[in-house]
Design a protein around this ligand. Structure first.
Ligand code: UTP
Length: 298
């Protein structure tokens, strides 16, 4: 019998330097895709997959995330007095029951592995999920729910993976692949940000994980890896062989919202699916496309 996945860790302690100056005083995870912050998409994904406890690993300058998931009495009162009941519903729908959201502070942005390790006392001795909000995944079944299914099938670690162009391996943790049925790829090894010439494959890890609690024992050694940071990939690599370990080619589309083009694409893709915006956004895109065609022609 496997243990149920009840807890999800959301590391939001990074500096978000690729989005400066927007992220100077605002967390990257609060950047809105259309009208919803990235972090809310990730939390909704976890809740839809049956996660009950939300653990944010925050840092300095991240208090707006705490405020976002709490009541705002002044705003609610104003909306109520003005009869803006739809807006009131939107402003309060993400407030979870007291006790189901916890925050722990990562004192320095020493890397993703360090952020996850900072949540060890809140997670305890049970398997858990990790979601990086800057990876936005559009899918029928929540991506993290797909990984929970793999964990339930295998009883081991599960990572969401996708094939990337070989010249992009330096941006990802990359799998050394064992048995592979086209859906599940056995993880034989993992390398953080390998150069294309030495990458063991092009199957790369995106920001969704279900891990066994043993990862905390490994992270406790605080060994630094690529970029001088404590890397989650390195700790996961050391778990290979001790329990089943798979990469799942998840169903869905992932947008890298830590990167400007990925963020813009996510905004367009989400706007196009919206009943209230899709038509107008399509007209905008068509307008820009014909303008650029005219420019190229003449
Ligand atoms: P990134 O590698 O995207 O780093 O982190 P970053 O600092 O957020 O952004 P850039 O590269 O400077 O623009 C991936 C995820 O890990 C979290 C980030 O918040 C993000 O969700 N993270 C990273 C931490 O929580 N703590 C860290 O020390 C580093």
């Amino acid at each position: 019998m496997v243990q149920r996945i009840r807890k999800a860790v959301f590391p939001v302690g990074g500096l978000g330097t690729r989005f400066l100056p927007a992220t100077k005083a605002m967390p990257k995870e609060m950047l809105p895709v259309v009208d919803k912050p990235l972090i809310q998409y990730a939390v909704e994904e976890a809740l839809a997959a049956g996660i009950e406890q939300i653990i944010f690993v925050t840092g300095r300058g991240k208090s707006s995330i705490e405020d976002h998931f709490d009541f705002s009495y002044e705003l609610q009162d104003t909306l109520l007095k003005r009869g803006k009941l739809d807006a009131l519903t939107v402003a309060t729908e993400m407030v979870n029951r007291s006790g189901s959201v916890a925050y722990v502070r990562q004192q320095e942005p020493a890397g993703l592995g360090h952020a996850v390790w900072s949540a060890r006392h809140l997670v305890g001795d049970e398997p858990f999920a990790i979601l990086l909000a800057d990876d936005l995944v559009m899918s029928k079944q929540p991506c993290i729910g797909q990984l929970v299914d793999v964990y339930n099938e295998t009883g081991g670690n599960a990572l969401a993976v996708m094939d990337v162009p070989r010249e992009h391996t330096e941006r990802y943790g990359v799998l050394d692949v064992g048995a592979d049925d086209g859906r599940l790829a056995e993880v034989k090894g993992l390398v953080e940000k390998p150069a294309p010439s030495v990458a063991p494959s092009t199957l790369s890890v995106i920001g969704r994980y279900v891990l066994l609690p043993e990862v905390f024992d490994i992270l406790a050694s605080q060994e630094k890896g690529a970029g001088g940071e404590i890397q989650l990939t390195d700790a996961m690599a050391r778990m290979v062989g001790s329990a089943p370990f798979h990469g799942l080619r998840f169903e869905g589309t992932r947008f890298d919202c830590g990167d400007k083009i990925g963020f813009l694409e996510a905004t367009l893709a989400h706007a196009l699916t919206r009943d209230d915006l899709g038509g107008d956004v399509q007209a905008l895109i068509d307008g820009y496309a014909s303008l650029s065609a005219r420019r190229q022609a003449g």
